[in-house]
Ligand binder design. Structure first.
Ligand code: FMN
Ligand code: SF4
Length: 692
């Protein structure tokens, strides 16, 4: 351990939570990960790496404790019976191996579980449709159902203790848990002893807390995660009621875990909120209990964390996303390794893994989700196995990550960038878009690493062609030259170029990102990409005084951002800046002064007057160098990576750059006959693959 800055010592004080002691104040709050009960070995390894990185407490995601409570198709946790124990024991063992406490968030999802797999009617506080649009209604729980729920929770707690957890949760947060729906006027319309007054609505929470305390009997800590403000005013949980509730139950659990709003507010993206945005809701609540308090707020700044403790807002720094982006955040703060911190950029690609039921991924941390199946680690990478020299062409997200990871492996690397000064490629440009400033951290972290890698030479202003590459003796060349947005309308809706009259000014995101604005006032932005770019550019244009009409073939603006939980906010912001939104329409013809669209349903045509058309449709890899090199006989081994291979998210580009660096000298890598990763479900059945 290097000399620690005394300012941050407070973060490394131990905190007692009932019978257990957290070794410091870093608390990985529950977060799901797209792996859950489907990929338990991968999950256990991911949690173990966080414990290794210094987190004092490492929790599961929400874990169902009863089979009637089924979140299919999502890959959350399950602890339904003893068959689930080995998976949990594996996680606990990995967490304990690095000296951290393991926590289990038991959940009864009630009306958020549509029970698609088990097909039994969901149990809810009231007879209400389930969350989302499934044609399923929950039935109102009877007195017997409530007694069942209490018994099932006790069974879950008992199993969690047998799995070896040090801390078990009573969960009443995110409007995702039955206990919160009982507590809140928003959902609870009951007229029995569990409805009406706050005391009645809090009855089930009190009972479950008391059951849990009785059963655990001081052997493990009991945490209560609770939504302290539903942000719907007096119609739901709000400050007044929470203060009253803490007056009633404040001393029951061993630790309180406060969060705010529904999940989309709790995990607010950086586009819509700064670090610490939950502070105003949580400040002052700690004074109402003698028990330690955890809170969240995408904390990446050690100074903010210290302030939270010194100002008496929190006792423990809760973290989900910063712990994903940098599982070693606590150790790096402890050791003053500031430049090594991969700061979360708040993009919510991690959240999208859960919504898309795919293994956890992160823009900043390409190794997350790959710890078990590919053996990647955020802080360690295999030393090089040869003296090969590697040229990386292009310093966008893929090229930067490849250069850093190759450099860390010990290769001699040249990173050639065409731009005279600026590195970062699309990250440098896109982080100038409204709300995306924090995305520059993708570049910042990698620049800091490159500065200290003596074996990586950065050649700025280097426009490299095949002849230039062949003049040197590189063994490998990674072509990371990015991609260009198309200007012909080809995307998802149109697979061939659209009729666009040359008289109309047509711009692509590339031009807008480089500062060019349309000359005229009336701008039609056609978004057939559906992630953030269309919405962000519409906002940029509207802020520059343009009259913007956003047209998209999807029924929602920036439709894919439902997966990052930003879609509603994007729509609201566009409305606020005066952008007209026309969903479910495809572009048919662009003429000199207007653009024609057709409804995707009926084909009915609409004409929108336009001085300019912005096309946000698809991208083409910038593949010239790759094509030239592929035509050359002999020479180095060449691979396109990131957007130059196939345009995608920044997270995908970073991941691909990392994959390249991991595999560059792997003799098995060019042979793509076999999957380059382990699969755990087949490993269960096959003696051939059950190797660890
Ligand atoms: C990918 C992801 C999955 C999450 N899953 C859960 C969950 O299963 N249970 C829960 O209580 N909170 C869950 N959360 C919310 C986090 O625990 C946390 O409260 C929130 O993300 C704010 O903290 P942060 O800013 O440090 O990310 C999840 C958050 C993320 C990013
Ligand atoms: S994916 Fe984005 S928001 Fe999630 S942890 Fe990584 S950087 Fe943070």
């Amino acid at each position: 351990m290097t000399a620690r800055d005394t300012r941050y010592e407070v973060l490394f004080e131990p905190v007692r939570m009932g019978p257990v002691i957290a070794r410091n104040r870093f608390f990985q709050v529950p977060h799901c990960n797209g792996m859950g009960h489907l990929r338990p070995a991968a999950l256990a390894e991911m949690r173990g790496v966080k414990a290794e990185g210094g987190w004092a407490v490492v929790c599961t995601e929400e874990v169902a404790f009863h089979w009637s409570n089924d979140l299919a198709p999502f890959a959350e946790g399950k602890l339904l019976d003893d068959h689930d124990l080995p998976a949990h024991q594996l996680m606990v063992e990995r967490v304990h191996a690095h000296g951290a406490l393991a926590g289990c968030e038991l959940v009864h999802s009630g009306r958020t579980a549509a029970n698609l797999e088990v097909r039994e009617a969901p149990l809810g506080v009231a007879a209400l449709p389930v969350e989302g649009t499934h044609p399923v209604q929950a039935r109102a729980m009877s007195a017997r159902d409530i007694a069942d729920l209490r018994r099932w929770h006790r069974q879950g707690v008992e199993r969690a203790m047998r799995a070896g957890y040090d801390l078990v949760y009573v969960y009443a947060g995110h409007s995702l848990a039955t206990l919160q729906t009982f507590l809140s006027r928003r959902f609870n319309t009951r007229s029995d002893a569990y409805g009406g007054s706050l005391e009645n609505r809090a009855r089930l929470l009190r009972e479950v807390l008391e059951d849990t305390l009785e059963l655990t009997a001081g052997r493990v800590a009991v945490a209560c995660r609770i939504c302290v403000d539903e942000r719907v005013g007096l119609g739901g949980l709000e400050r007044g009621e929470i203060e009253e509730l803490l007056g009633m139950l404040g001393e029951l659990p061993d630790v309180w875990d406060f969060m705010v709003g529904d999940w989309d507010y709790d995990s607010l993206s950086s586009r819509f909120g700064e670090e610490g945005w939950q502070e105003p809701y949580v400040r002052g609540l700690k004074a109402l209990t003698s028990k330690p308090v955890v809170g969240v707020g995408r904390f990446t700044s050690a100074d903010t964390m210290v302030r939270m403790i010194r100002d008496g807002v929190l006792d423990l720094i809760g973290s989900a996303r910063p712990s994903i982006a940098d599982p070693f955040l606590p150790n790096k703060i402890r050791d003053g390794r500031w430049e090594d911190i991969r700061e979360c950029i708040g993009c919510n690609i991690c959240v999208a893994s859960d919504w898309t039921v795919s293994s956890l991924r992160c823009t900043q941390n390409p190794t997350v989700g790959e710890e078990w199946r590919r053996g990647w680690h955020p802080e360690r990478i295999r030393p090089k196995a040869s003296d090969a020299k590697v040229l990386v062409v292009g310093a966008g997200p893929a090229g930067l990550e490849a250069a850093v990871s190759l450099g860390q492996r010990g290769f001699e690397v040249v990173l050639a960038e065409a731009a005279p000064r600026e590195l970062g490629g699309r990250v440098a440009l896109e982080s100038r878009l409204p709300g995306l400033g924090a995305w520059i951290r993708v570049l910042d972290y990698r620049l800091a690493q490159l500065r200290r890698l003596r074996n990586v030479e950065i050649a700025r202003g280097s426009v490299v062609d095949a002849a230039e590459v062949l003049r040197y003796d590189f063994d490998h060349v990674a072509v990371a030259t990015g991609a260009h947005w198309r200007d012909d309308g080809v995307g998802r809706a149109a697979l061939h170029p659209l009729p666009i009259e040359p008289a109309l000014e047509v711009l692509t995101p590339d031009e807008l990102l480089r500062g060019r604005l349309p000359a005229g006032e009336r701008v039609v932005l056609y978004d057939d990409d559906h992630y953030y770019m269309g919405g962000a550019l519409a906002e940029l244009l509207a802020s520059a005084g343009k009259r913007v009409a956003l047209v998209t073939p999807e029924p929602l603006v920036s439709a894919w951002t439902v997966n990052t939980m930003e879609q509603r906010r994007i729509h609201a912001r566009l409305e606020a800046v005066g952008v007209t939104i026309t969903p479910s329409n495809v572009l048919t013809i662009a003429a000199a002064d207007h653009v024609r669209f057709a409804s995707v349903f009926s084909g009915r045509e609409t004409t929108v007057p336009a001085d300019a058309l912005v096309l946000v449709t698809a991208r083409l890899p910038a593949a010239d160098l790759m094509t030239e090199l592929e035509r050359t006989d002999g020479g180095p081994r060449v691979q396109a990576i990131g957007d130059a291979l196939a345009p995608g998210t920044i997270a995908q580009a970073v991941w691909d750059g990392h994959r390249y660096a991991e595999e560059v000298d792997d003799p098995a890598a060019p042979n793509r006959d076999l999957a380059p990763f382990r699969r755990e479900v087949v490993a269960l059945a096959s003696p051939l693959t059950a190797t660890g």
